[in-house]
Structure formats: structure tokens, C-alpha cells
Design a protein. Structure first.
Length: 222
């Protein structure tokens, strides 16, 4: 049974999530502050953490840093902070996804399922990945139909395809592809993502696989 630690200082949210997650056969523990969350995570070793950022003692981003010091447990942030910088900071700290309050329980459950699936995937090179009508071979660096990609397009695409469903922050992509001096050059990503969609998506104006999360980053959706 998958173990989920829910961290939030709102009792009604803790109660609602405990009931909904238990009804779907998750084993649930709750914490109302950051110190308790870090202590319970160390003792209980959850399979996934749902974490609010606005905690009474320790900021949720600091809790993420604390967890990432010793574990790669998936973290889904659930927060009332809708500012893009808060989202970027949480993702850069090591969160795997971000859901803004007020939220749909079904959306949160879908994000939990997606993050859980990624966590169970073996760390092996995928043989091939389909995007629309094309098949991408990451090992051979080829695309079906003789489609050619530039080295920069390949670099961006590889990062996204190796993290299916995961939101990849803009800052991470810019640093990985162009270096730390380019962290503010978001227009680079807009240009190259437009090129990738034009080459790979059946309808580039309405992409199904290479998705933009405005102000935060990009996501490959299988």
C-alpha cells in the first residue's frame, strides 16, 4: 500500500485528504507543521509527500530542502500561493509538481497517480517514445520519417522525454542547455519549444504532448 504524508496547517484539508486518500487505498499520515513533517518523514518513510508551503513554523520550501537532503521521495506541493515565483522556488527546491488552492480533489489525485508512476519507473533508457505520428529513439538520436533536430532541440527534448508528466522548471532547462548565465533568457525556450512543436506535434497551435505551464516551465505528456 502506498504511504502518503500530508502536510498542511488547515485541519479541514487534512481531514478531507485523509478521508479521500484512504478511500482510494492509500495509507495516510498527517502533519500540521514543518518540523513534524520532517520528523515523521524520517521515521515513517512515506512513498509520497503532499506539502503546503504556508506552514506555521518552517516555510514549505525549506521543508523541501530538508527532505531533499536525504530522500528522493516524490513531493506534490499543495498551496494557496499562486505567485509564479513561489511555484518556481518550490520546483527548484526539488518539488515534483504544484497544485494551487482552491483545488479539485480529482486533479490532485491525478497528479499523485502521475508522480507515483514516475517514481516506480526503472532508471533505464526508453527504447522509443511516440509523439503524435513520430517515434523518437533517444539512444540512437533519431526521429522516424527522417525528421532532423538540431543539437539544442535534442537537448531540450531529451530532458522532457526522460521525465514524462513532470513539470520541468524554466530555470532548470535554461541552466542545463545554455548555462547558469542564461537563467533569465526565457525567450530562448519559447523559440525552441515552438520549433519542436512545429516538427513533432500534429497540431502545433494546440499541442498535446509538449505542454507549456505559463510562468513555470514545460511538461511532456505521453
Amino acid at each position: 500500500m502506498t504511504k502518503i504524508l500530508v502536510v498542511d496547517d488547515e485541519p479541514q484539508i487534512l481531514r478531507a485528504l485523509r478521508i479521500n486518500l484512504a478511500a482510494r487505498h492509500y495509507e495516510v499520515e498527517v502533519a500540521a507543521d514543518g518540523s513534524s513533517a520532517l520528523r515523521q518523514a524520517a521515521q515513517w518513510h512515506p512513498d509520497l509527500v503532499v506539502l503546503d508551503l504556508g506552514l506555521p513554523d518552517i516555510d514549505g520550501t525549506d521543508v523541501i530542502h530538508g527532505l531533499r537532503g536525504w530522500t528522493r521521495v516524490p513531493i506534490v506541493v499543495l498551496s494557496g500561493r499562486a505567485d509564479n515565483q513561489d511555484k518556481i522556488d518550490a520546483l527548484d527546491a526539488g518539488a515534483d509538481d504544484y497544485v494551487t488552492k482552491p483545488f479539485s480533489i480529482e486533479e490532485l489525485l491525478a497528479r499523485i497517480r502521475a508522480v507515483s508512476r514516475r517514481a516506480t519507473v526503472q532508471d533505464t533508457e526508453p527504447a522509443s517514445i511516440s509523439i503524435g505520428e513520430h517515434t523518437v529513439d533517444l539512444a540512437g538520436k533519431t526521429v522516424s520519417g527522417g525528421l532532423r533536430l538540431t543539437p539544442t532541440e535534442w537537448h531540450i527534448l531529451e530532458i522532457l522525454l526522460r521525465n514524462p508528466g513532470k513539470l520541468i522548471p524554466q530555470r532548470y532547462l535554461l541552466t542545463e542547455v545554455w548555462g547558469s548565465q542564461a537563467v533569465k533568457e526565457t525567450h530562448y525556450l519559447r523559440q525552441y519549444m515552438a520549433q519542436l512543436r512545429k516538427k513533432l506535434e500534429p497540431d502545433p497551435a494546440h499541442p498535446r504532448h509538449l505542454i507549456t505551464e505559463p510562468g513555470m516551465g514545460y511538461r511532456y505528456t505521453p
